[in-house]
Structures are given as structure tokens and as C-alpha cells.
Design a protein around this ligand. Structure first.
Ligand SMILES: [Zn+2]
Length: 256
């Protein structure tokens, strides 16, 4: 993928550029991911690399500020695989909240968290709810795999599966070692209303959940651009909806 110039990436702007942006806009994208195992074929940075690529593309298309990514997340369940870095949920929540508070200090009132790692969702939702309750900011969380659900076979959608591997192939093919890709059937969780503290090692030996050998660059390109389109639509709606209306009406104010 051609990652050409992007005037809206905060880490590449000067404070003068940032000041200009904050004068005119009240919205920003915050990519959040993890550094955790993604099977033997994918880089440990998969989740934050994809989240940042998505956020950057949308920032370019919608002229919206994109922060550098948070590279670590709630990943303790993957810790038995070397290289996984895991942050305690309470620390992660506080860290993300501080980023939003800093943005808020500069006048940002709407934040879209582009989340690349499902394990972060519970913590991010808590932060978003708190920000709405205290009227700090209206925070929406976006997950790319939810935006493409139903478009690919379910058994290719798992952790480090074909679809996630495909997006890596599309974005940074040189980091994927396809000859190592594995398929692993995930054991069924027993029915009956039980919830287990599952660890990834209970479910998979290689770290792949489901089928990963059917990955392709084309699938990755398709998934990526569907996610970009969905996220752009959300950003445009948030841009045109006043902050007070978002705080008062929440989901009723956003007609997606
Ligand atoms: Zn992932």
C-alpha cells in the first residue's frame, strides 16, 4: 500500500499545524492496538499496525486528525506466546483517558477510537461511557472486523485467521511469513451459561484461531476498504452533529 504524505497525522505535524487544526475542528481519531502473538506467520504488531493504517487512510480522506497509535493493550490472555506485552486493564483505561483529556484540553470533543484488538473493547467502552457521563468528549469505538462481518466465511474471521492475515498481506506483505500459516479448530465453549477465564493456550497451539491458510492480498484489500468506507461515514456524521446533541441523544443522533 502506498503510504504517501498525510497532513493530518499528529506526530508528523508541528504545533503550529496542530493549532490551526484545533481552531477549526473538534474531532480526532485515536488508533489503539496491541503487541501480541498473531500466529507464527504474522507480526506481533498486527493490531496496532492495522489500526494505524486504517485511521491514517480515513484521516486523509476525511481531513481529520489522526493520533499516533497506542501499541500496547489488554493482552494478558496471550502472554504464554513470546513477545506479547500485556497492560493491566486499569492502567490501560487511565492511559487512554489521559490521551482523551489532553485532546480535550486542545478543544477536541469527539473522538473515534480505531480499535485493532478485541481484548481492549471492555476497557475502551468503560472510558467512552465515563467521557459521555462527565461530558468530556463523545467517544465512539470502531472495530474493522465488525464492519466486514458476513462478507467472509466465519472460520476465516478468527484471531490471526485468513482475514486478519490478508489485511497484513495487503498493508505490509514483507512482514507476513505465509509458509508458516496454520489452520486450527477452536474447541467449542460448553453451553449452559458458563463463562471461563480463557487463555489463548487453551484454544490454540499455534496462536491461530480457525483457518489462516486461505489469506490473500485481494481479500485484505477488500476488507480494508470496506472498513475505511464505513469509518468515513461515521466520521462525517460525527462532524456534522453538534457535541451537545451527541451527549444528549447518543446513538439516536447518529443515523448510520
Ligand atoms: Zn489481531
Amino acid at each position: 500500500m502506498n503510504d504517501s504524505e498525510n497532513a493530518y497525522v499528529l506526530s508528523e505535524m508541528s504545533w503550529v499545524d496542530a493549532e490551526e487544526y484545533f481552531k477549526k475542528h473538534d474531532i480526532a481519531l485515536l488508533p489503539v492496538g496491541s503487541t501480541e502473538q498473531h500466529g507464527p506467520q504474522n507480526p506481533l504488531g498486527t493490531d496496532h499496525l492495522i489500526a494505524f493504517a486504517l485511521a491514517k487512510e480515513v484521516s486523509k480522506k476525511c481531513s481529520v486528525l489522526c493520533l499516533p497509535p497506542v501499541p500496547f493493550g489488554v493482552s494478558a490472555h496471550h502472554r504464554h506466546f513470546p513477545g506479547t506485552i500485556f497492560i493491566r486493564p486499569a492502567v490501560f483505561r487511565e492511559y487512554v483517558l489521559d490521551i482523551i483529556l489532553a485532546l480535550n484540553f486542545h478543544g477536541i470533543k469527539k473522538v473515534v477510537i480505531v480499535n485493532g484488538h478485541g481484548g481492549n473493547l471492555a476497557s475502551l467502552t468503560e472510558v467512552a461511557s465515563m467521557c459521555r457521563e462527565k461530558k468530556i468528549a463523545f467517544v465512539v469505538i470502531f472495530q474493522w472486523w465488525d464492519a466486514i462481518r458476513g462478507m467472509f466465511p466465519v472460520d476465516e474471521m478468527g484471531h490471526a485467521g485468513s482475514i486478519e492475515t490478508s489485511v497484513n498481506l495487503f498493508l505490509h506483505e514483507h512482514l507476513v511469513k505465509m509458509e508458516r500459516a496454520k489452520d486450527e479448530e477452536v474447541p467449542k465453549i460448553p453451553r449452559g451459561g458458563f463463562y471461563f477465564p480463557s487463555e489463548t493456550r487453551d484454544l490454540t497451539k499455534s496462536g491461530v484461531m480457525g483457518i489462516s491458510t486461505k489469506a490473500s492480498r485481494d481479500k485484505g484489500e477488500k476488507a480494508f476498504y470496506i472498513a475505511v468506507k464505513t469509518l468515513c461515514r461515521l466520521v462525517r456524521l460525527l462532524k456534522e452533529t453538534p457535541f451537545d446533541v451527541l451527549i444528549e441523544q447518543g446513538i439516536r443522533a447518529i443515523r448510520l
